[in-house]
Design a protein around this ligand. Sequence first.
Ligand code: ADP
Ligand code: MG
Length: 647
Amino acid sequence: DFVTTAITMKGTRSEKDAPALSQAELKKQSMQEVRRSLPIFPYRDDLLAAIHEHQILVIEGETGSGKTTQIPQYLLEDGYTKGGMKIGCTQPRRVAAMSVAARVAEEMGVKLGNEVGYSIRFEDCTSERTVLKYMTDGMLLREFLTEPDLASYSVIIIDEAHERTLHTDILFGLIKDIARFRSDLKVLVASATLDTERFSCFFDDAPVFRIPGRRFPVDIFYTKAPEADYLEACVVSVLQIHVTQPTGDILVFLTGQEEIEACCELLQERCRRLGSKIAELLVLPIYANLPSDMQAKIFNPTPPGARKVVVATNIAETSLTIDGIIYVIDPGFCKQKSYNARTGMESLIVTPCSRASANQRAGRAGRVAAGKCFRLYTAWAYKHEMEETTVPEIQRTNLGNVVLLLKSLGINDLIHFDFMDPPPHETLVLALEQLYALGALNHMGELTKLGRRMAELPVDPMLSKMILASEQYKCSEEVLTIAAMLSVNNSIFYRPKDKVVHADNARMNFVVPGGDHLVLLNVYNQPGIPALLTHLPSTASYPPRLQAVTAGYFYHTARLSKGGYKTVKHQQTVYVHPNSSLFEEQPRWLIYHELVFTTKEFMRQVIEIESGWLLEVAPHYYKSKELEDSSSKKMPRKQGKTKEELG
Ligand code: ADP
Ligand code: MG
């Protein structure tokens, strides 16, 4: 780009500039060659003919065959965007939406955000000119609020359908419905080689278009005994492959950011120690919160003589294809949401992945040549301990958000909504009850004014209630900041394994009374004006903020009791997370933002409240008897942080 600009400005072209220009040309040419070499390319015309003929088509193809990047371009070339009509393509994951849009923009030689764009929560990279729009499934769902018939779209591609995320499942029902009266709308349901018959069946026997993949054999190796520490086992396996196996990149599947960072650090550390004894090993992480310039690095070709190891979440299972992978290391775990419809508790748990997932992971090793997959579990565990497939998210999550959205779309009868797999009845009922308690629905189950305002905010009902309640407590600015800080996952405090003491000390410097939400606010306010740094707000301003949080999160109340905390309504034992600012304090009443299960049920992000507030904000939910204080003084601290609690 730089060279081109310089030439234009001078208005002349010198000899030495020429190669740079032709290099750009070459790149464009080679990209077109790559496009033509993809498994989907020979089927381009047949596919377009099938789309022309059928309103709804299920498309099945091996990961990497070109479904996500090519089909929208084919449709564009075939005239589906005439008159400014859009082609929408949904992705369950933010990273995939961004990365794929960037790739397609590059292939088309346009600037990202112009003809090709993406839209994910809190980030809209599209413009008036955008005709190919990649977006998360959640964003398309929200578009129904402003455009209930999706009139500006000529084609909707529900991609990665096999992932069966909550939002994708809801889209199935809504899109099937609008397709009935929008006969001009084309609907494509794209999936890896899983479950396609079910999609066809759901969409009234829509035909399935199969793109034969190229697959090389993958040798699968199991461990003889279960691994006690799979992270360590990953590190060892990577290094073993690196020193003993022929060229080819490595892909490691871990469950989340913390694990991935730890693994990358360990790998870098050991490579440093081995120094020039081994060939260069490029260690590249990929997970949802990774900055996008870092994400893009995983696609860079590996320099000759070196080897690349990509340490990924299950984003690399089917959503992203990294060329050149020959070795896959699969510890067999993933992070999964689970939901207890009796208690209303949602938790994120590291669990064994399904056999279907394990097979997709192994498949990543056989895209470019014969590969090897090292499973860090036993063959017995594969056969007996793993589920066949993953349970659809709709059956293991809180439905509050989706129910609120459907209600605001005027869909009142949720029991008879066209679900591909219906959610458990109790979960639906609980969602309705919670929305009623929050004031979003009236006793008839109809949307209230507050409910409509809540639905407009792209966050969970409790969070939107908290934000809207802050008006009344006159602290919207602060509560909005808190809401934003709570929405960026747990990545505010970095806690590398080898600098735990430093990290914890640094965190302590941000502690203010009242609890973690106020600590987050304090962190956010720090890079302000230096003179204000030591000037903490007076204690008197805390309660309104805490009350606003309580107005949204009164469901998440826990009371100090013997040995820990118990949730008020269900008497479930829960613990303050050791990283919380209130870990030592043990206040009598707490509200937590979320519950995570690692070694125990930990409450993450907690604040101290007065039980009286609960009666104020949720009189229809709490009775004063439930909130009587049984103990009059604080419990003594019983223990220091144990190693497992820190894990
Ligand atoms: P599918 O959706 O069928 O899994 P994709 O359309 O995502 O396949 O990918 C097709 C091919 O495009 C991949 O095999 C890869 O070679 C290339 N590709 C996709 N995304 C990128 C990217 N961000 N950078 C480089 N190459 C990419
Ligand atoms: Mg894809």
